[in-house]
Write a protein that binds this ligand. Structure first.
Ligand SMILES: *[C@@H]1O[C@H](CO)[C@@H](O)[C@H](O)[C@H]1NC(C)=O
Length: 344
């Protein structure tokens, strides 16, 4: 996600974790739950449609879904009174729904991330001049991130095969986009501010085609198989996120340790404004937030779990990341290649 984008990988880390750990503790296979659902569907489903409240109609709850929901909480109630462990159901913890939303906390925090990206989008648009070579790239990433968080909010409202895929595909696009602008920014592959002075062929064109190809192959692989490959999807996103963070770590390293040829356009290797440290802080915060996801725990009050807390953490991180990106883009060095061209 993650900013944001790259922090979205954390969700995917969890899937690796959940798919191994939670299988052992899957509440949806417990006999008490299965019996409850079957008696509920036979007894209650005839009248359910007539009494369904508007919120459940809008969020498209079916009677079997509603039975599973109520049975999940009943079984969990028994587990709590008997002091037994709380289990997951269909890969998720039992949450109290609100207005038809399955995971209201994650919905709210996804919307908080969406808002953080919207604020960031406006800042980039206002503070960077139209001729800045990074402006369009940041705005593109911002739009991809807003799209990803919108689908995250929808997915946490109602988990269906379609909302799940749209959430994953949007997240993958946002993460890939974050890596894309990072490579262009850090290796100076952007188009110069004044294209007239150059031949017109952009170095970043093959790179753009490569990234489009990677995304197309990714979606093709995930949609062509008999079932969704969660493990592959996790590794894909995790790899991109780690690469993104490693690159910004290189940027943040002290002057003497820099492996990048030059951090800023036309500047020597040693040129390092103090705000470069912010990128390192960002990587540290993102990694810490990811740890929240890996150390999953049953939700507090059936409301707040590690995944929701992780979404809560990424929103301020995204906000902070935009401040940094704008500061980086406003560095004096971006204006100097132009001056030099004028002088010669
Ligand atoms: C859950 O428990 C309550 C209270 O014991 C009961 O009224 C309700 O019918 C149960 N729900 C299901 C779906 O079994």
């Amino acid at each position: 996600m993650f900013s944001t984008t790259n922090t979205r990988i954390a969700a995917l880390v969890v899937f690796l974790f959940i798919s191994t750990v939670a299988h052992a503790s899957s509440g949806d296979r417990a006999i008490e739950f299965v019996r409850c659902v079957s008696s509920c569907t036979t007894q209650r489903c005839d009248e359910f449609e007539e009494t369904k409240p508007l919120s459940l109609q809008l969020t498209r709850w079916t009677c079997p879904d509603d039975c599973k929901y109520n049975c999940m909480h009943n079984v969990t109630d028994h587990a709590v009174t008997d002091g037994r462990a709380i289990h997951q159901y269909y890969g998720k913890w039992p949450f109290w729904r609100y207005a038809g939303m399955q995971e209201p906390a994650s919905v709210i925090f996804s919307l908080a991330n969406l808002w953080a990206h919207l604020v960031g989008f406006k800042q980039v648009r206002r503070k960077l001049s139209d001729s800045h070579p990074m402006k369009k790239l940041y705005l593109l990433w911002s739009v991809c991130s807003m799209n990803a968080w919108l689908w995250s909010a929808i997915f946490h409202t109602r988990d269906t095969p379609i909302t799940e895929k749209l959430d994953y595909f949007s997240a993958g696009l946002a993460i890939l986009n974050a890596l894309y602008y990072t490579v262009i920014r850090l290796f100076h592959l952007y188009q110069p501010a004044r294209p007239k002075l150059t031949s017109g062929t952009s170095i970043s064109k093959p790179l753009t085609l490569l990234f489009i190809g990677i995304y197309a192959a990714h979606i093709y692989y995930l949609t062509s198989g008999p079932r969704f490959d969660y493990t592959y999807n996790t590794i894909f996103n995790l790899t991109l996120g780690v690469l993104h963070n490693l690159l910004w770590t290189l940027y943040a390293l002290p002057s003497g340790l820099s492996l990048l040829r030059s951090r800023f356009p036309g500047r020597p290797r040693g040129y390092r404004p103090s705000f470069a440290s912010k990128a390192g802080l960002f990587v540290a915060l993102t990694t810490a937030a990811t740890a929240l996801e890996v150390f999953d725990f049953p939700p507090w009050g059936r409301v707040l779990d590690a995944h929701a807390l992780w979404h809560a953490a990424t929103a301020p991180i995204a906000y902070f990341w935009y401040q940094f990106l704008v500061q980086d883009a406003l560095d004096q060095s971006w204006r100097e290649p132009l001056l030099r061209e004028h002088r010669t």
